[in-house]
Design a protein around this ligand. Structure first.
Ligand code: NAP
Ligand code: GDD
Length: 338
């Protein structure tokens, strides 16, 4: 039975990946950060909390001794490093914590592997935020990086240190450069879940307006379930390498809002410009969406659209869940659980 260590198991991807690996027959060590109240709601949502092959272990990526101990005690076959301060907006307010956790912290894990057993395979959660101020219409493994946030800059470090340990010490260390992926267990502050939650609250008269920032940013949005399968495929490939996982379709935040509202039979009509733009219910003229400048970022990533040809050709990976299905699932889940 293969053993996998998944850091960030309390996060969206960690929970989905743990479920995926359990289904594959792995013994899964789900590493979570100690906090005053243990936060296992995602693991519970996916109904794996009491799975006999899921072992939850306390862990902090920032503590090198902890990384070393955990790797030598568990002796995993595969490590998936998903732990990070993952919210781009917060990284502008907490640049040091973000740099330490999302950037430097990764060395703790790589060093532990190097010291304990360099045969352990390592997956690093890299990101399309690396591309940032991008000029190419479609971004692939060859596209130049130009991160636009402390989060993106920290991920640039973790991307390169992963590649460096591969080249310097021959460790099976791979980067998955993942474009945005969402689900019903996405963090509440990310725009997809924020929109879905607001719609359920508006329909149930618990909230009047949905406040948003930049409506025109475009993202390549897929479903987390598809993407965790890609993470696993990356570590099953015969060589360590770096792969883009994306849907290759881009939609704006505005498109997301319009589609999400369509699932509660509301057609959105926009009027006004800039900070004064509003989104109204076209049937009765009621204002539902307003702009709040607090949600604008000091430097924005305007357009992300990934080219997953390499992953498709070499790994046989492709996304299965469409943008429409994703948004529908998210809105329906919020309506059910409000
Ligand atoms: P998430 O929901 O924010 O999960 C992040 C996880 O990291 C949480 O479990 C968090 O624990 C944990 N963590 C934070 N600091 C830690 C520390 N010092 N020690 C140990 N654990 C720590 O993020 P996600 O969406 O699942 O993303 C997973 C990874 O993929 C992240 O590295 C993210 O940057 C990257 N990524 C995500 C996307 C995406 O669209 N989702 C795209 C590309 C890359 P708590 O629960 O205690 O906070
Ligand atoms: N969060 C948020 N809240 N974003 C908003 C809002 C709002 O009210 N209004 C507009 N946006 C815009 C942001 O400015 C951004 O352009 C876009 O919506 C998406 O924002 P997020 O959902 O916060 O995600 P992200 O693209 O910044 O980052 C996510 O994807 C990355 C991969 O590209 C995170 O999961 C990162 O960890 C991940 O690396």
């Amino acid at each position: 039975m293969k053993k996998a260590l998944v850091t960030g198991v309390t996060g969206q991807d960690g929970a989905y990946l743990a479920q995926f690996l359990l289904d594959k027959g792995y013994e899964v060590y789900g590493a979570y950060r100690r906090t005053s109240s243990l936060n296992l709601w995602r693991v519970q949502f996916l109904k794996i909390e009491n799975h006999p092959r899921l072992k939850l272990v306390e862990f902090n990526l920032l503590d090198a001794s902890n990384c070393l101990r955990i790797i030598s005690q568990i002796q995993p076959d595969e490590v998936y490093n998903l732990a990070a301060q993952s919210f781009v907006g917060v990284s502008f307010e907490q640049p040091l914590v973000t740099s330490q956790t999302t950037g430097i912290g990764v060395v703790n894990m790589l060093e532990a592997i190097r010291l304990v057993n360099p045969a352990i395979k390592f997956y690093q959660a890299s990101t399309s935020e690396l591309y940032g101020k991008v000029s190419d219409k479609l971004q692939n493994e060859e596209t130049a990086f130009y991160p636009r946030s402390p989060y993106g800059v920290a991920k640039l470090y973790s991307y390169w240190i992963t590649k460096n340990y591969r080249e310097a010490y021959n460790i099976f260390a791979s980067n998955g450069i993942l474009f945005n992926h969402e689900s019903s267990i996405r963090g509440e502050t990310f725009v997809s879940r924020k929109i879905a939650r607001a719609i359920a609250a508006i329909v149930n008269k618990k909230q009047k307006y949905l406040y948003l920032g930049n409506l025109n940013a475009k993202r390549d949005w897929g479903h987390a379930k598809d993407f965790v399968e890609g993470m696993w495929m990356i570590l099953q490939h015969k060589n360590p390498d770096d792969f883009v996982l994306a849907t290759s379709k881009a939609y704006s935040v505005r498109d997301f809002v319009e589609l999400a509202f369509s699932f509660v039979d509301i057609d959105i009509e926009w009027s006004g410009t800039g900070i004064n733009e509003v989104g109204k219910n076209s049937k009765n003229g009621e204002t539902l969406i307003k702009i709040d400048s607090a949600y604008f970022r000091p430097a924005e990533v305007d357009y992300l659209r990934g080219d997953h040809k390499k992953a498709n050709k070499i790994l046989g990976w492709k996304p299965k869940i469409s943008f429409k299905e994703l948004v529908k699932e998210m809105v329906e889940n919020e309506l059910l659980n409000i």
